[in-house]
Design a protein around this ligand. Sequence first.
Ligand SMILES: Cc1cc2nc3c(=O)[nH]c(=O)nc-3n(C[C@H](O)[C@H](O)[C@H](O)COP(=O)(O)OP(=O)(O)OC[C@H]3O[C@@H](n4cnc5c(N)ncnc54)[C@H](O)[C@@H]3O)c2cc1C
Length: 486
Amino acid sequence: MVVGGGITGLTAAYRLSQGGVHVTVIEPDRLGGKLQTSVVAGRPVDETADAFLLRVPWALALCHDLEVDGELISPAERTAHLFLDGVRKPLPGGHVMGVPTDLDALAASGIVSAAGVERARADLTLPPGPADPQVAGDDVAVGPYLRSRLGDEVVDHLIDPLLGGINAGDTAGMSLAAVVPQLDAAARSGDPSLIRSCLAQRQRVTAAAAAAGAGDVGSAVGQAAPEPPIFATPIGGMARLIDALVALMPGVDIREGRRVDAIERRSAPGTERVLVALDDGSTLDVDAVIVTCPAHAAGPLLAEAAPDASSILSTIDHSSIAMVTMAFERSSLGDTSGASGCLVPRDQGMLVTAVSYATSKWAQLRDPVRDDVILRTSVGRSGDVRFADLDDHQLTEQVLADLDRIVGVTGAPTDLRIGRWLRSFPQYAPGHLDRMDQVDASLAGAPIAVAGMFLRGVGVPACIRSAEEAVAGLGVTWPTRRALGG
Ligand SMILES: Cc1cc2nc3c(=O)[nH]c(=O)nc-3n(C[C@H](O)[C@H](O)[C@H](O)COP(=O)(O)OP(=O)(O)OC[C@H]3O[C@@H](n4cnc5c(N)ncnc54)[C@H](O)[C@@H]3O)c2cc1C
């Protein structure tokens, strides 16, 4: 059976059912978990995740299997803005997760001062320091390492807004290896200069993409894709993945509105069973369980059945955020064309952490008749939960005030949705991957597996991968429905 009906749980259930296993899914809330596509101003708009990464294969491969790959589209806009001292400035081209690889572009962006550019340039000649993973010999925190290489301004105005935005976290305590494996690989390349290592990495990626041929995703509404696309989403929104999964497993017993309250192991001669207690007082006696609920729920659930895994999962911190999605008449807003959105660094003191210009980013969301604008605004991050003290009206007013500073607002929104995602982002502290290896080791041979965004990546592709690995770890194999390229 599967605990949790998010993308991880439903992928696990789908693969188990393909492998001929009888499956039950228990979900207390609604299917989809943190994937939520809602109707905003008459269009399906993702309130949370609005795309998945194409540079790793798992989400695209699942889409192919679900026959959703023909519905994928990539962002029409790729560049993002940064809001600094009252002005929106384009992020410099050629950065790798915020690490600049073109110092002239960094200087031209105005995002760091001339002294900040020179401090970043010092990376080219600085010897490795104690915060360097090659010196530390272990996983390190993103912030201290990058500050030692590139200086404070680059971290505060580029790296922290980008990585903090994706993970609702603080780079000061974020695992380099778990959160940004590409920077970890660059840091361990043998060249102490992170700028040179990232540049070499970019050149390899560009050459590989050129050799493979530029993007085949993203043409569903005919927008140009001059470079291989990095992200994609189903035209109808990310919930399409959930609907497609459910449609393909009619035999799976999906119980919405039921919660798992306890998990116990029971040994019988020659076999082991798992007893799963539900909140209606019933108990299910099953061969095996895959637990995909958030770590803060999985930890307590596994206290009896897998105490080592339970205590490790219970140490993971979670950040809370809110998403405020609004539609506006175009005449009520300043110009949001030419970029996918805007990041707001911590030192600007605002409630808003990022704004996604949804109708600029996604061509399929543009309504030629209404000619309006949809903005998705993120609020809250690690160490900043001011939004939690605001009611919906106060939150809306505060977000509108911040949006006025960022893009200029002269009229009221024509539609509005607020989503509060409490304890939604697991924070990967240094050493996270080792601890997750310990979780897996403690469960080896047990009829219990864990999967989900707390494990080895917070994105949808990593969740899908973890689900498939959990199913494979229980000894179940599945056929793919279509051959790739078919
Ligand atoms: C605002 C936001 C934006 C994001 N943007 C992106 C993005 O652009 N791209 C991307 O790739 N990823 C993004 N993510 C991350 C992505 O959405 C998640 O990694 C993914 O959806 C998590 O799926 P999951 O199934 O592991 O967990 P969840 O979706 O959390 O599902 C777990 C399920 O377990 C259930 N559950 C909890 N307790 C119990 C219990 N006791 N018994 C049974 N079930 C239980 C919950 O109700 C939930 O439905 C974003 C996340 C958020 C919050």
